[in-house]
Design a protein around this ligand. Structure first.
Ligand SMILES: NC(=O)c1ccc[n+]([C@@H]2O[C@H](COP(=O)([O-])OP(=O)(O)OC[C@H]3O[C@@H](n4cnc5c(N)ncnc54)[C@H](O)[C@@H]3O)[C@@H](O)[C@H]2O)c1
Length: 351
């Protein structure tokens, strides 16, 4: 099979993960990068021995050797960069959330439908084996009608130093500050959680959301990073199936690096995922165990990750998921949550 040459736009924190994952794929080569900060792109290219450093977005997009592109710029810039990538005719893997506004994500869906390019959103947790198993079990009706959902995404970098000292990291400081484009933990971690919950349980049709911005010690800003974007969001979600759920998202997950937990309770069974314990195991309460109120841990088969699906999609010309359509649906839910938190009322999501 021929090599698939890839470019990365934005060489900040998450770009290292893109590079690492692409390098694990035998027929994929990252051949070029672009960052608005040329020195940053140069250092990235030098570190990883990447031959091409572009001076502009258009220069990268004009490079005929590149057929797929990762968009890893801050979320408020996804739209303007993604539009250019799609119009250049290259396949696109865009970071999450697809966009901030649903008017933008809707336009991106139209653009990819017109250009017919492979398009994906990097909802990375979607592909963990336990989540794939959860999706298949619910889809096969093994849990019966879903009645209740509990989902959590917590991280704790405000209180730990495992990922470095946030007070000295611009990519963490910008997440706390609206003037740097942040829509808070709601959009940042919430986009992952909404994607994985809806993947398993189906569309959310109504949300009631509350957000909070809590003090971070004695200072309310560092340089021009004013700490005013939300760091906790609680969502009550009603699913199309009739089930009700709670989504709990916070940067105040003291003691946790990344805690994702999903509990789905149905008429005939229940499932539980706790990624910090294992991404490859699911706790199941099915059949006889329902009467005994007992869970057993089951190992899940491996699943290809997003990057592997993206490269395979380019090779086979088959559109993988999560695509921009799912990305658009997540943005609609996020936007409705944001609106709900501002208006203090339940908001209906229109599909
Ligand atoms: N999927 C995941 O699990 C995951 C994890 C972390 C971050 N993300 C997402 O990745 C994106 C980037 O996050 P990050 O933490 O790497 O941020 P970052 O601030 O570390 O990196 C962003 C980079 O984009 C560059 N940039 C800014 N404007 C640009 C432009 N117009 N053109 C080209 N480059 C530009 C910046 O110079 C910077 O190097 C965000 O959308 C974030 O939500 C996803």
């Amino acid at each position: 099979m021929n090599n698939v040459n890839v470019g990365i736009i934005g060489t900040g924190a998450v770009a290292h993960e893109h590079l690492r994952r692409y390098r694990e794929i035998h027929n994929c080569v990252v051949i070029g990068v672009f960052d608005i900060d040329f020195a940053k792109a140069s250092l990235f290219a030098k570190t990883y021995d990447i031959p091409l450093i572009f001076n502009s977005l258009s220069e990268l997009l004009e490079c005929s050797q590149i057929c797929g592109v990762s968009v890893a710029v801050p979320e408020q810039l996804h739209y303007e960069v993604a539009v250019e990538v799609i119009r250049s005719g290259k396949a696109i893997l865009c970071e999450k959330p697809l966009t901030i506004k649903s008017s933008e994500s809707s336009q991106l869906v139209k653009e990819v439908q017109t250009s017919n390019q492979i398009n994906m959103v990097n909802f990375s947790y979607r592909r963990i084996p336990a989540l794939q198993a959860a999706h298949d079990l619910v889809d096969d009706g093994k849990l019966g009608k879903i009645k209740h959902v509990e989902a959590t995404y917590l991280n704790g970098w405000l209180t730990h130093t495992v990922d470095g000292n946030w007070k000295k990291l611009p990519h963490q400081l910008r997440r706390l500050s609206t003037r740097h484009g942040s829509f808070g933990v709601l959009y940042d971690l919430g986009s992952h959680l909404i994607d994985l919950v809806t993947y398993v349980v189906g569309d959310i049709i109504n949300v009631k959301c509350e957000t909070k911005t809590l003090p971070k010690g004695k200072v309310s800003k560092i340089d021009d990073y004013v700490f005013d974007s939300n760091d906790t969001a609680l969502i009550i979600a009603e699913f199309r199936s009739g089930a009700l759920g709670s989504l709990n998202i916070s940067r105040w997950g003291t003691g946790h690096k990344r805690r994702i937990r999903l509990n789905v309770f149905g008429e005939h069974g229940a499932l539980e995922i706790e990624t910090e314990k294992s991404e490859n195991h699911i706790n199941l309460c099915l059949e006889k165990n329902v009467l005994d109120a007992n869970f057993t841990s089951v190992e899940c088969p491996p699943a290809p990750n997003i990057y592997e699906l993206f490269i395979k999609g380019i090779c086979d010309s088959i559109q993988p998921k999560p695509s921009f359509i799912e990305g658009h649906n997540v943005t609609k839910v996020l936007e409705s949550c944001y609106m709900s938190s501002k208006k203090n009322e339940m908001v209906q999501i229109k599909y």
